[in-house]
Design a protein around this ligand. Structure first.
Ligand code: ADP
Length: 627
C-alpha cells in the first residue's frame, strides 16, 4: 500500500472543508453525482470517437446505496474511471489553478471565498464523512485501484478488485453531534429529496433501491418489506424544461452548481429557437469575474450538447471574446453526436447558433441598460473592460455592435453615462465630444486643461482605464460628433480674439521659446498659452498618439518605442511667464535653462509621466529656492 501526503494547499482547503464552515452540507451529494455524471459523459464521448471503446448509453447510470448499520453511503458510476495516476492527481491535489491565499484567522466569509475559487468538488464529501474510499477502474486499464483517506493526514492507494470500469465512492458518516445529525443521510426519503432538489436534471438515471413496506395482505396487520429499484431523477435537463416548470431559483441553483460559483448570477438568459437550426440555450452573466478570469489559462466557452448529450464542455466558438465571461449551455438537435472538434468549427449550424447567441446577449444587455440601469452599471463595472476591448479589437470590426453598450464617467453627471447620452446633452454650440485620460477621476479633475472645458459649460468624459482611449479612437465619431482629447492639440475653445492674442505673445517671444525648446529633447514645441486657468504648466500632445496611449505602449512587454508628440505649454498669465521673459532679457541663460527643466518636470509629474532625471531636478529646485 502506498501512502501519500496531500499537497500543502489541498491540505489547507481540506481542513476548511472538514471543519465545515460551509453550512449547507447537503451539497456533497450533488457534487459526487455531478462528478459521476461527468465520468459517464466522458466515457460516452470517448465511445463516439474511439473505436476501441464501446458502450450503450442506456447502460450508463449512477447508483446510490446506503447501509444504516455500517453508517455508510455509496455513490457508484460505470463511467470512464480513474487510473492509479489519475486517482493520485485528481484526488490528491485540489488546488489545480492559481494560488490560494490562506491567512491566519480568516473570517468565515474569507474562508468561503477561498473555497469558492475552487468549487467545492469532491472534497465536500469530507464535510459529512470521516473516511472516504474511492474504488476505481479506468477504461484504459486492466487494474483497479482503491484510494482511501481519513482527512488531512493523507491518503493511500492500493490495488483492488473491481470487475467493470467506473468508480464507487464510499463515505463513512461522521458521528452525530449536537451541531449536526449526520444520520439524516441514511434515510431513503432524505436522499431521494436531495437528488430531486439538486440533481434532477442530470441526464443519466440516478438509481436507488427503495424499500417499501406493505401490509402482508388485506386483513393482516403485519407488514412485509419489498425492495424496488427506482430512478430518482427526471433526467430532463433544466434547459429542456418549459419555463413555467422552472423557478428563477432553479436556474440560479443550477448555475451555482454547474459553474462552481457561490454567488447567484447577475442575469439568466434563456432561449428556445426553432428554425433552420433549432436549439435551446441557458446562459448566465456572472455577478463577478470568475476567479481565474484574468489568468492566462482562462478558457471561454459554453457547454455544447447534442440533444441532451454533452459533446463539448467548453465550446469557445459559441461566444465572442468580448462576451468571454458568459457561462452556459447550448443544446441542439441539429448537431451530429460524433462531430469532431475540427469539423465542428466548420459546421454551419454551429456558426448560426454562435451568431444568434452573440446578438441575444447583446440585446439582453441593451435592454438591461434601458430598463434596469443599476444592474447594468454593476455589470459594466465588472465586465465593461471586456466590452471596450471588443470595440477596438480586430481593427474595430465589432464597434458598431458594441458602441452603445460602452459607458464613461461624466464630469457633469458625476456618474457613468453612454456616449449617446453625452451627445444628446450637448448644446448647439458644442461640436465635439470632449474627454480626458488619466489614472483616476481625481487625477483627471486636477489636470490643467479640465477647467477650460468645464468653464465653457461642456461635459467631459473621464477615461480611467487603459483600454478607454483605444476604444474611443476606434469609435472615431458618434452621430457625426468627433471625439477630442482635451490635452491633444488645439481645443478650439478660445475666441478668435483670444487666439490672436496668444499668437502674438508667441511670436514676440519666439527666441525665448526656441531656446527653451532646445534644452528639452523630449518635446517638440514650447508655447505660451491662455487656456490654462490656475496651473503654470501643462504637457499636451499633437497627432494620433496621446500621452495616455504612450503610457500603455510603454507598459507593453515589447516596447515599440511609440511616443506621443508633446508640447510644453506655459500659462501666459502666470507670474512664471514674466520671470522667464525677464531671464531671457537679462541673458541669464544658465538660470533660464534650469527653470525650463524644472517646469518640464512639473508638467511630466502632472501628466503622471516619469521624471527622467530626478536627482538633477531636485538639486535644481533646491538651488532655486535657496536663493
Ligand atoms: P472538479 O469536478 O471540479 O474537477 P473535483 O474535486 O470534484 O473537481 O474532482 C476532481 C477530479 O477527479 C475530476 O475533475 C475528475 O477528473 C476526477 N473524478 C472525480 N470523481 C470522479 C468519478 N466518479 N469518475 C471519474 N473521475 C472522477
Amino acid at each position: 500500500m502506498e501512502k501519500h501526503e496531500f499537497k500543502s494547499e489541498s491540505k489547507k482547503l481540506l481542513d476548511l472543508m472538514i471543519n465545515s464552515i460551509y453550512t449547507n452540507k447537503d451539497i456533497f451529494l450533488r457534487e459526487l453525482i455531478s462528478n459521476a455524471s461527468d465520468a459517464l459523459d466522458k466515457l460516452y464521448y470517448r465511445s463516439l470517437t474511439d473505436d476501441k471503446i464501446s458502450c450503450n448509453r442506456e447502460d450508463l447510470c449512477i447508483k446510490l446505496d446506503f447501509d444504516k448499520d455500517k453508517r455508510i453511503i455509496t455513490v457508484s458510476d460505470n463511467g470512464i474511471g480513474m487510473s492509479k495516476e489519475e486517482l493520485a492527481d485528481n484526488l490528491g491535489t485540489i488546488a489545480k489553478s492559481g494560488t490560494l491565499e490562506f491567512k491566519d484567522n480568516m473570517t468565515n466569509e474569507e474562508k468561503l471565498n477561498v473555497i469558492g475559487q475552487f468549487g467545492v468538488g469532491f472534497y465536500s464529501a469530507f464535510m459529512v464523512s470521516d473516511k472516504i474510499t474511492v474504488e476505481s477502474k479506468s477504461v484504459d486499464s486492466k487494474e483497479a485501484y482503491v484510494w482511501e483517506s481519513k482527512g488531512v493526514e493523507g491518503y493511500s492507494i492500493d490495488k483492488c478488485k473491481k470487475e467493470d470500469n467506473g468508480t464507487t465512492i464510499t463515505l463513512r458518516l461522521k458521528d452525530n453531534n449536537e451541531d449536526y445529525y449526520y444520520d439524516k443521510y441514511l434515510d431513503q426519503y432524505e436522499i431521494k429529496s436531495l437528488v430531486k432538489k439538486y440533481s434532477d436534471y442530470i441526464s443519466f438515471p440516478i438509481k436507488m433501491e427503495m424499500v417499501h413496506s406493505d401490509l402482508k395482505d388485506k386483513d393482516s396487520k403485519e407488514y412485509v418489506e419489498h425492495r424496488e429499484e427506482e430512478t430518482l431523477n427526471s433526467m430532463i435537463p433544466i434547459w429542456k424544461k418549459s419555463k413555467d416548470e422552472v423557478t428563477d431559483a432553479d436556474y440560479e441553483n443550477y448555475y451555482m452548481d454547474r459553474f462552481s460559483d457561490f454567488d447567484k448570477p447577475l442575469k439568466v438568459i434563456t432561449s428556445s429557437v426553432e428554425g433552420v437550426t433549432s436549439y435551446k440555450s441557458l446562459l448566465y452573466i456572472p455577478s463577478h469575474a470568475p476567479a481565474d478570469y484574468y489568468q492566462e489559462g482562462y478558457e471561454k466557452g459554453l457547454a455544447l450538447y447534442s440533444n441532451g448529450v454533452l459533446i463539448m464542455d467548453k465550446c469557445a466558438d459559441l461566444v465572442p471574446d468580448y462576451f468571454s465571461f458568459v457561462k452556459g449551455v447550448v443544446d441542439s438537435e441539429d448537431l451530429p453526436l460524433n462531430i469532431s472538434r475540427e469539423t465542428l468549427q466548420e459546421s454551419r449550424s454551429l456558426n448560426l447558433i454562435a451568431k444568434n447567441i452573440e446578438s441575444k446577449i447583446r440585446r439582453e444587455l441593451e435592454e438591461m441598460l434601458k430598463n434596469d440601469r443599476d444592474k447594468y452599471i454593476e455589470f459594466f463595472k465588472t465586465f465593461g473592460v471586456q466590452i471596450k476591448y471588443g470595440v477596438y479589437n480586430n481593427f474595430g470590426a465589432d464597434k458598431e455592435k458594441l458602441k452603445d453598450l460602452v459607458m464613461f464617467y461624466s464630469s457633469k453627471e458625476e456618474k457613468l453615462i453612454t456616449i449617446e447620452e453625452y451627445v444628446k446633452n450637448m448644446g448647439t454650440d458644442q461640436e465635439k465630444i470632449y474627454y480626458a485620460s488619466g489614472s483616476s477621476i481625481d487625477k483627471i479633475d486636477h489636470m490643467p486643461l479640465v477647467d477650460q472645458v468645464k468653464e465653457k459649460g461642456y461635459d467631459l468624459l473621464y477615461l480611467t482605464e487603459y483600454v478607454d482611449e483605444f476604444c474611443i479612437t476606434a469609435i472615431q465619431e458618434f452621430e457625426g460628433k468627433k471625439f477630442q482629447n482635451i490635452e491633444n492639440g488645439d481645443l478650439d475653445l478660445e475666441s478668435e480674439e483670444e487666439k490672436e492674442k496668444t499668437e502674438k505673445v508667441n511670436t514676440k517671444n519666439k527666441k525665448l521659446l526656441e531656446f527653451m525648446n532646445e534644452k528639452l529633447s523630449d518635446v517638440s514645441d514650447v508655447r505660451f498659452t491662455n487656456r490654462l486657468k490656475k496651473h503654470p504648466v501643462s504637457l499636451t500632445s499633437k497627432g494620433d498618439v496621446s500621452i495616455e496611449m504612450q503610457k500603455v505602449f510603454d507598459a507593453m512587454p515589447n516596447d515599440l518605442g511609440i511616443k506621443a508628440d508633446t508640447v510644453l505649454e506655459i500659462n501666459e498669465k502666470h507670474p512664471i511667464a514674466k520671470k522667464l521673459k525677464a531671464l531671457y532679457k537679462e541673458d541669464n541663460k544658465k538660470e533660464l535653462e534650469n527653470y525650463t527643466k524644472i517646469l518640464y518636470s512639473e508638467a511630466c509629474m502632472i501628466a503622471d509621466l516619469p521624471v527622467e532625471n530626478p536627482t538633477e531636478i531636485s538639486n535644481l529646485i533646491c538651488d532655486v529656492i535657496s536663493k
